[in-house]
Write a protein that binds this ligand. Structure first.
Ligand code: GNR
Ligand code: NI
Length: 179
């Protein structure tokens, strides 16, 4: 198992449209395991392959309290969507930013598991929100795209500043170690 690097906004690779998974082999299983390890370590409740620079239609999720209910969605489709709800969202690719997004409240989805077996499932609450958020990633879309241009620009500047601060702190720590 390995932890993968999570791409951060505005990395242009997050805008890639993922391609269908066609081969369900050992390499795919390894990718699923590495994505679970990365998601749990972050920590997050979902992770789309796009976020780890792997441009296939693959999502891992665990919205449970005990973090022992892993779910894999490969080549997911939304069959039906009902109602709407607004909730606060965050994203591992937009660290430290949270804002309200409107989504369908209940969805029925069809997807394949890591062995290629097709299944259907009804989702509501956080699971419904999370799958819609993850499916957006596979289309190259981020939750900040639903916000105003002004907000998105402010977010981009804040993340830039945060990254610069992190880099300068790391440089100071490394200089201190060398001394
Ligand atoms: O960990 C995550 N939490 C979250 C909270 C509200 C709505 C969506 C999410 S998904 C996010 C992990 C992530 O970025 N997945 O792409
Ligand atoms: Ni996300």
């Amino acid at each position: 198992m390995a932890r993968l690097q999570i791409l951060e906004y505005p990395d242009p690779r997050l805008r890639t449209r993922a391609k269908p998974v066609e081969v369900f082999d050992a390499a795919l299983s390894r990718q699923v395991e590495d994505m679970f390890e990365t998601m749990y370590a972050a920590p997050g409740i979902g992770l789309a392959a796009t976020q780890v620079d792997y441009h296939k239609r693959l999502i891992v999720m665990d919205v449970s309290e005990d973090k022992r209910q892993p779910q894999v969605f490969i080549n997911p489709e939304i069959l039906t969507a009902e109602g709407t709800g607004t909730g606060e969202e965050g994203c591992l690719s937009v660290p430290g930013i949270f804002d309200e997004v409107k989504r369908a409240a209940r969805i029925r989805a069809r997807a394949q598991d890591a062995t290629g077996k097709v299944f259907e499932t009804d989702l509501d609450g956080l699971a419904a929100v999370c799958l819609q958020h993850e499916m957006d990633h596979l289309e190259g879309k981020l939750f900040v795209d639903y916000l105003s241009d002004l907000k998105r620009e402010r977010i981009r500047k804040k993340l830039d500043k945060d990254r610069k601060e992190r880099a300068s702190k790391a440089a100071t720590a490394s200089a201190a170690r060398a001394y």
